[in-house]
Write a new protein. Structure first.
Length: 86
């Protein structure tokens, strides 16, 4: 399934690198999206990441139409990633 951002020609979540040791994402522009908060939606524990640098980023138009790009990570997403690597 293709994300709305990717379908519109912007970066998709797969363009962001998760850095487990930092519990953060690295965006295509080289900025760190830090962990901000956790919520539970429909029984799933979700972690949210973003940076406040987006408004001044020269790549913003290729990334998001919002104030900043937010990335969501499911608490067990590492399991899905391991299966996809196989």
């Amino acid at each position: 399934m293709i994300s709305g951002a990717k379908a519109a020609g912007r970066f998709g979540k797969e363009d962001f690198l998760y850095r487990r040791q930092d519990n953060a994402y690295l965006c295509p522009a080289g900025q760190t999206l830090s962990y901000r908060h956790t919520s539970v939606e429909n029984g799933l524990t979700l972690h949210r990441y973003w940076t406040n640098v987006c408004p001044t980023c020269p790549m913003k138009a290729d990334c998001t139409t919002g104030k900043e790009r937010r990335v969501t990570r499911w608490e067990n997403e590492d399991v899905l990633e391991a299966v996809q690597r196989r």
